[in-house]
Design a protein around this ligand. Structure first.
Ligand SMILES: [Zn+2]
Length: 167
């Protein structure tokens, strides 16, 4: 995995490099060609990052990663909490984006992702572990992967993760 971090605040380096390298070591079959920090894609782009499925890279937004880590950490604690209990950044961001790469490297799990996402959308929204997970099946898995990696999954979400990733 390569890193292109010229636009990143240097204080993020141990978290970003260490976090992604630990995941790459734990999941050697997952393809992430490189992680880079780029300028916002348009005016007002305050997204944190995304996985590009064509280029197989993870792009992080300099709007957040170019500043002191305390800026992102404080923003993550402000309601509404789209990511539920996953308020620790950039740890959540790292795991979430890697989760997308995991899905693209394991396309056979998609029917099960869709199945658990669909079931979650039929339950009351308040029962979901993160509002953002309900967006679509891809985001559901990104959030579920992050929840498990951050040690925040309860027994039923752990079972769900095992079910999905064994498919
Ligand atoms: Zn995502």
């Amino acid at each position: 995995m390569d890193f292109r971090l010229e636009l990143m605040h240097p204080a993020f380096e141990p978290m970003i490099v260490g976090g992604f390298e630990a995941l790459a070591a734990a999941f050697p079959d997952v393809t992430v060609k490189y992680v880079w920090v780029g300028e916002p894609r348009r005016r007002g782009d305050v997204s944190m990052g995304y996985f590009d499925e064509d280029g197989k890279y993870i792009r992080l937004n300099s709007h957040w990663l170019g500043r002191e880590p305390s800026v992102l950490r404080a923003a993550a604690l402000e309601p509404p909490l789209f990511h539920g209990r996953m308020t620790q950044e950039p740890e959540h961001l790292i795991a979430h984006e890697f989760g997308h790469a995991f899905e693209w490297s394991n396309p056979t799990i998609r029917p099960r992702i869709k199945e658990v996402w669909s079931a979650a959308t039929k339950r009351p929204k308040s029962e979901c572990f993160a509002d953002y997970a309900l967006t679509n099946p891809c985001e559901y898995f990104g959030e579920l992967f992050a929840l498990v990696r951050m040690g925040l999954a309860d027994a039923s979400r752990l079972r769900e993760y095992e079910y999905v990733t064994s498919g």
